[in-house]
Ligand binder design. Structure first.
Ligand code: PHE
Length: 451
């Protein structure tokens, strides 16, 4: 007997789950160092524009495709396009899920390890010289420890996804998201009350247009997909558990508001501390795992704030990682008739295995060593955020314009809408602009890749 498809218990539950997916390493780990390296406020302005004019429409498109069909991404594109080749957009999404989760979960493991280090007071040894950098390097290149932490992290994802939509994803998101917000607010208060914090705020928000080059714009656009979990069917999948009486625009606005607010707050918490304690803001990816651990011992109450910070990072990563695994699980349940646990355990296992290779690539076992300087883990990250997500997002925008049709799409977003009227021409214009901008950037990237 086929069980009826699960649904979210409430609209707030859906918003928490979707915001949990959106808020992740992208907000707390990636955004601050990207802004730090590419023009501070200038980067932030471009990022906000991308979110509003490209991210929001595509988010609406994904949620409504899911809600309309009540299916996983592949099934959804199939259903709305009469089984045409548009279903490959869904398959691209499932492939992106494998690619992203395999490296995301490795970093998820790092957040667990660093929470443990913070709990045991190990950061006290990091305040001198470059000991924090050495410790981080020694950890990520180690063939065993980061692999084990990655497996623990993947194991937690599998356990939650195996519990299902309501009892797993929704329940955990409703518990973890408020915890995350609470911790972040405490960290912000700690940051802005440090002496010299103002410098950090100026750095993050004051636009330095000179530092903003074309590649920074591309980065901001790619990141706006990554940070709202777009372009791979996560939001289609989460939308498929929604009922038709929910207000899509309102939910979508909540999701991007929470996601953006948390990225900015994380930036505030981090840069106020970095500047107050006289560190280099443009540290790149090491900002979180190298600079911060060396700063905590120097600030009052640092030991507690350190545990909070890495706990926050871990929670954010976990609620995103489960949304990626759910894409794969939903696909195998809907399209192949697998049970939830069979799909979750099997593909959780496959992704865990690829993740092991990703983790090892930081040390002496890098599959790609003969071909390029990139590690296998960097490759998974680059390929997915620079090419796969933008391609998926662009095709989703064109799908709405060219195949599903603006009329049917507007009908779908009108169902359940309580407070707005949509005009077909406005929607067409927005989607044409969003699709074209992404297509332009995508083609530029391809030319740069082969040129
Ligand atoms: N949005 C998540 C983050 O910012 C990452 C993610 C990407 C999650 C794609 C799901 C799908 O960290």
């Amino acid at each position: 007997m086929v069980k009826p498809r699960e649904q979210w218990g409430s609209r707030a539950g859906f918003i928490m789950a979707a915001a949990g997916s959106a808020v992740g390493l992208g907000n707390i780990w990636k955004y601050p160092h990207m802004a730090g390296q590419h023009g501070g406020g200038a980067f932030t302005v471009v990022y906000l524009i991308c979110i509003l004019f490209v991210g929001l429409p595509i988010l609406m498109a994904e949620i409504s495709i899911g809600r309309r069909t009540q299916l996983n991404p592949v099934g959804a594109f199939k259903a709305l396009s009469n089984n045409s080749s548009w279903k490959f957009v869904g398959l691209l999404g499932v492939a992106s899920a494998f690619t992203i989760l395999s490296f995301y979960s490795v970093v998820g493991g790092w957040t667990l390890k660093y929470t443990m280090l913070a709990l045991t007071g190990a950061f006290n040894d990091f305040a001198v010289g470059d000991s924090a950098a050495q410790a981080f390097n020694a950890f990520v290149t180690n063939p065993i420890s980061p692999v084990l932490w990655h497996l623990v992290f993947m194991g937690l994802c599998v356990l939650i996804i195996n519990q299902g939509v309501k009892a797993g994803i929704e329940r955990w998101s409703k518990i973890l998201m408020p915890v995350l917000l609470g911790i972040l607010l405490l960290l912000v208060v700690r940051g802005v009350t440090l002496e010299g914090a103002g410098e950090g705020l100026r750095f993050l928000f004051w636009p330095k247009w000179g530092d903003l080059d074309a590649s920074a714009v591309v980065l901001a656009l790619g990141h706006s997909f990554f940070t709202i979990s777009l372009g791979m069917g996560t939001m289609i999948t989460y939308g498929s558990y929604l009922s038709r009486d929910s207000d899509l625009l309102q939910s979508a606005l909540w999701i991007i508001f929470i996601d953006t607010a948390i990225a900015l707050l994380a930036g505030v918490a981090i840069f106020t501390a970095v500047f107050a304690l006289g560190q280099n803001p443009a540290e790149g990816p090491g900002l979180i795992f190298v600079v911060l651990p060396s700063l905590f011992p120097q600030m009052p109450g640092g030991a507690i704030f350190a545990v909070m910070f890495f706990g926050l990072l871990f929670v954010a990563a976990l609620t995103s990682a489960i949304s990626i695994l759910e894409v794969v699980t939903a696909y195998f349940i809907d399209e192949k008739g697998w049970s939830r646990s069979k799909a979750t355990y099997t593909f959780g296992g496959v992704i865990a295995f690829i993740g092991v290779l990703a983790s090892l690539s930081n040390g002496s076992f890098n599959l790609l060593a003969p071909f390029t300087e990139l590690t296998f883990m960097d490759l998974l990250d680059k390929v997915s955020s620079k090419y796969m997500l933008p391609l998926g997002g662009m095709l989703t925008a064109f799908f709405v314009l060219l195949r599903w049709g603006i009329v049917r799409f507007t009908e779908e977003i009108k169902a359940g809408a309580r407070w707005f009227e949509v005009n077909r021409w406005t929607v067409t214009t927005i989607f044409t602009i969003a699709g074209t901008v992404v297509a332009y950037i995508f083609v530029r990237e391809l030319i740069a890749l082969f040129g």
